[in-house]
Design a protein around this ligand. Structure first.
Ligand SMILES: Cc1cc2nc3c(=O)[nH]c(=O)nc-3n(C[C@H](O)[C@H](O)[C@H](O)COP(=O)(O)OP(=O)(O)OC[C@H]3O[C@@H](n4cnc5c(N)ncnc54)[C@H](O)[C@@H]3O)c2cc1C
Length: 397
């Protein structure tokens, strides 16, 4: 790791996976930063994440791979698509050995808190300020002024908005654009390993596709729990926060008539969290002057490709590289960062959006055509543009 040198004063708003990854990569690049997080503790809600090779190779470069491996489950089977009514396998990706051979890394599933802790291990504790809620960011000459809700403020040479879906920093960069209602919500629940059937403890990411809904599960926490995410019609529910809860009965009712392995798994879990999926068009810009965005603040996406956190880690690596390369011209560095990233993240937003309809086709000719196409496809290869991407190597000098 290089010695820390003096450089621009970099302020990161938000201590989620993206903000902490930005701090970790800046440190690796020899720069310093402070992370300002509104919460009084660094935590992630109890749900799982897929960590695909494009993110794993960057986590490895942070030197915290051991930390990840302590709790992550390596997948032997990825994207195992099954039919809603009887569980027949529509297609399955064999990851054992193949993923490493193609992309140099395995694919893991992990509790979100474990990924957060992994990235946190690469950030000096004194860089993090908790209970600091940003109220606004405004441009000043050669920098930006960050105001906090407690009345405090700081000046920075660079401000990075890693403050998620409802970013306040975004207002300093682009016109406000309210999200659109998608009509869908995601339920999530965790099933303790001892209550989960062996079927759900396999090292597989299983997706059950059915009319208007889909259901995903995979093991997390070293195999001691099963993460369940179910996407279903939202009705008039519009709360975009996991802290909203539903009942097991409500979730079971959504999947009534599905293969009993689905409904039994729901019954074995705790009360589900519920999250309305809002639709947001890709931004045309996310850097202005000395202020930029990263992760969900820049490019929120439907979770159907499991790439939101991975893209925030890619952003972090590229941002650090650009800032270190042009430490005396941060405005130029932020432009370079945006232009290196925006095409790829826009494409991921678009393909994630398109999968909403494909995953939820009613039974009929279109669904049959989809299932035939799935049977003949190899997502491990067709998604090579996602998994094979090395965000740092892709940077042109
Ligand atoms: C159902 C579901 C499943 C998903 N599955 C996957 C998956 O398998 N793989 C994957 O890679 N991604 C997945 N994602 C996406 C992933 O969770 C997000 O893309 C990722 O967490 C974004 O990280 P972030 O740091 O940009 O934002 P966030 O995680 O939202 O973090 C933002 C942080 O900023 C803080 N903050 C907000 N406002 C302020 C403020 N004003 N001042 C100070 N702090 C502030 C917040 O408290 C928070 O800590 C999924 C998402 C969902 C909803």
């Amino acid at each position: 790791m290089p010695d820390v040198v003096h450089g621009p004063r970099i302020v990161i708003i938000g201590g989620g996976i993206g903000g902490l990854a930005a701090a970790a990569f800046l440190r690796r690049a020899g720069l310093t930063a402070t992370v300002h997080e509104q919460a009084s503790a660094l935590t992630e809600v109890g749900a799982g994440l897929v960590v695909a090779p494009n993110a794993v190779r960057l986590v490895r470069r942070l030197g915290v791979m051991e930390q990840l491996l302590r709790r992550a489950v390596p997948l032997d089977w990825g994207w195992e698509f099954r039919r809603w009514a009887d569980g027949s396998v529509l297609s399955v990706e064999n990851l054992s050995g193949v993923c490493e051979r193609l992309y140099g890394e395995r694919t893991y599933v992990v509790h979100r808190a474990d990924l957060l802790d992994t990235v946190l291990a690469a950030v000096p504790g004194e860089w993090i300020r908790l209970g600091a809620r940003c109220a606004s960011v405004e441009a000043v000459s050669d920098g930006a002024l960050v105001r906090f809700t407690d009345g405090g403020h700081i000046e920075a040479d660079v401000v990075v908005g890693a403050d998620g879906m409802h970013s306040v920093v975004r207002e300093a960069v682009t016109e406000p654009a309210p999200p659109e209602y998608s009509g869908l919500c995601a339920f999530r629940t965790i099933v303790p390993g001892h209550a989960a059937p062996d079927f759900a403890l396999r090292r597989a990411q299983t997706l059950w596709l059915g009319p208007g809904r889909h259901f995903v599960h995979y093991p997390i926490a070293g195999g001691q729990a099963v993460n369940v995410v179910a996407v279903a019609p939202a009705g008039d529910f519009t709360d975009e926060s996991w802290s909203a809860t539903a009942t097991i009965e409500e979730l079971r009712a959504e999947f009534a008539g599905w293969d009993p392995r689905v409904t039994d798994l729901i019954a074995a879990g705790g009360a589900p969290g519920r999250w309305a999926l809002m639709d947001r068009a890709p931004l045309r810009r996310w850097s202005r002057g000395r202020v930029t965005l990263l992760g969900d603040a820049a490019h929120p996406m439907f979770p159907f490709f499991g790439q939101g956190a991975a893209q925030s880690i890619e952003d972090a690596a590229v941002l650090a590289h650009c800032l270190a390369a042009s430490a005396d011209d941060p405005g130029q560095a932020l432009k370079r960062y945006q232009s290196a990233r925006i095409e790829r993240t826009t494409r991921l937003q678009q393909v994630s959006h398109a999968r909403r309809d494909i995953n939820h086709l009613p039974d009929g000719p279109e669904q049959q055509a989809r299932d035939t196409a799935l049977a003949g496809s190899d997502p491990l290869v067709s998604n090579g543009w996602i998994y094979g991407h090395d965000a740092e190597a892709a940077l042109t000098p």
